[in-house]
Design a binder for this molecule. Structure first.
Ligand SMILES: [Zn+2]
Length: 482
């Protein structure tokens, strides 16, 4: 299968042409499928709703029979060894998981545009993007195969890789650089204010903190796709796609720090969720919801590490970090929902609540984005306490990365996650598991004390204890990077 994608900037469409070639005459019908969701975006989007003008034909242009057999399935009846399929995709959405085409830019998350053959997702695929005459750049983490005039061809090793590789086409600001022997591309839809910021230096610091911790960089090329004004970000193994405020001028140090936190979050996801992943999350079933009880690790720990990496990168202070976690404690402890829904359950049910927290949401449920980072801190402290501050949550992340991603090339199960914690800590984290699996109230006084910290329940701020043991002090210094 090879694809060609061109852009209708006026009508807001992507024009797609698929060439399917086999080594011998095709005797059975071929079922083509389009995903209905995008990994990382736990919502059924039903991409085929944007599809129109579907046609199947022989290479000589004579039409072939086809029929729609599922909401996202097209059955083709070929008569030779090859055929062509053409269709159009309406692209007028403003989300990190959906396509947007206008006179200046085309943002193309490939899930909503390209089809796979049922049962053949592990095949490699070439995609050629054709730029309109006055457009200059194509930015993506995918491997470039060739460039010919306005057409550039990229290769993905399989369809999971293809669907994990969004593309930005247009006259975006592009800057390429090398860091730690890897290739990077900054692709900014709205670069206004960039010169004034220290953005480029600071993302190097964040990447350095993450790669120092994980001790491995699992890509050759990484692309930062930073879009105009909008909301949300989506992580990928070879890139991130994030909406911004529409400018790189920041009103305050705080707003700049929040933005860099966001970048650190999406970047760290390339480890935590893309490589270190719950077993349900890849290889993917693109036909339906994929439920997992572990998003509190995949998302919640990524929030925790966003704070940790900012601190290690020197982009925030120890007090900034304490306030960062305190804000999540306040959110959780002041919502009745924490008595009704466990952290584990919030993961499983995300498909019901992704953009639909509901009018009664705060009373009946919680978000793993809020409680997950609290458990990140408490588990980090607990592992350090149990090991005399010789091991930490970092060791759990490295163990999961090396064993399940590098050695076994698969995700971890829920029990394997807890076993990894036990292996690092030397004993099972029983209390922590109850805080995850049940709605048991968290004993902050006891848990935080091990790190020489306590919680002021008047304002939900974490504060430092005056009198601490040497171990408590050393754990506090390690976490706060002092
Ligand atoms: Zn995330």
């Amino acid at each position: 299968m090879s694809y060609e994608v061109s852009v209708d900037t006026v009508g807001h469409y992507l024009d797609v042409s698929l060439l399917y070639e086999a080594s011998e005459t095709l005797r059975e019908p071929i079922l083509l499928k389009m995903p209905v969701w995008a990994p990382g975006y736990y919502l059924i989007i039903d991409y085929p709703k944007n599809l129109t003008d579907f046609q199947a034909m022989n290479v000589d242009g004579t039409f072939l029979l086809w029929e729609k057999v599922e909401k996202n399935g097209w059955k083709i009846y070929p008569s030779s060894s090859s055929f062509v399929v053409k269709y159009r995709v309406f692209a007028d959405a403003r989300s990190v998981a959906e396509c947007r085409v206008n006179e200046k830019i085309a943002f193309v998350p490939t899930n909503g545009v390209l089809m796979y053959e049922e049962g053949q997702k592990e095949h490699g695929v070439d995609v050629t993007f054709i730029l309109p005459n006055d457009w200059k750049h194509i930015s993506t983490g995918m491997k470039e195969v060739r460039i010919a005039g306005k057409a550039a061809t990229y290769h993905a090793n399989d369809f999971d890789e293809l669907y994990d590789s969004p593309v930005l086409m247009g006259n975006q600001y592009v800057e390429k650089f090398e860091f730690q022997g890897k290739q990077y591309e900054l692709a900014l839809e709205c670069p206004e204010g960039l010169e004034e910021s220290t953005f480029r230096e600071d993302i190097r610091k964040i990447m350095g903190a993450a790669t120092d911790m994980m001790k491995d960089i699992p890509y050759e090329k990484y692309c930062f796709i930073l879009l105009g004004a909008g909301g949300g970000g989506l992580e990928h193994r070879n890139s991130m796609a994030c909406y911004t405020s529409g400018s790189f001028k920041f009103e305050s140090e705080h707003s700049y720090r929040s933005f860099m936190n966001f970048i650190a979050h999406e970047y760290f996801h390339l480890y935590n969720v893309k490589d270190i992943r719950p077993i349900e999350l890849g290889p993917f079933d693109y036909d339906r919801e994929v439920f997992t009880p572990m998003l509190w690790v995949a998302e919640g720990f990524t929030v925790y590490y966003e704070g940790i990496l900012m601190r290690r990168a020197g982009l925030s202070s120890p007090d900034d970090f304490l306030t960062f976690i305190s804000d999540y404690i306040k959110t959780i402890e002041t919502q009745e929902g924490h008595k009704r829904m466990s952290l584990r359950q919030s993961s499983y049910d995300i498909w019901l609540n992704f953009f639909n927290f509901g009018k009664n949401g705060k009373d009946v449920r919680i978000s793993y984005y809020d409680k997950g980072p609290i458990l990140g801190l408490l588990m980090d402290i607990e592992i350090r306490r149990m090991t005399n501050n010789k091991q930490s949550l970092d060791d759990v992340m490295r163990l999961l990365y090396n064993r399940y991603y590098k050695e076994l090339n698969r995700g971890y199960t829920e029990e394997e996650f807890w076993d990894a914690c036990k292996e690092v800590a030397g004993r099972p984290l029983e209390l922590m598991r109850r805080y995850v699996d049940t709605t048991e109230e968290i004993d902050y006084a006891t848990c935080l004390k091990y790190a020489g910290l306590s919680l002021n329940r008047e304002n939900w701020q974490i504060v430092r204890l005056e009198e601490v043991t040497p171990l408590q002090e050393s754990i506090r210094k390690s976490i706060l990077n002092e």
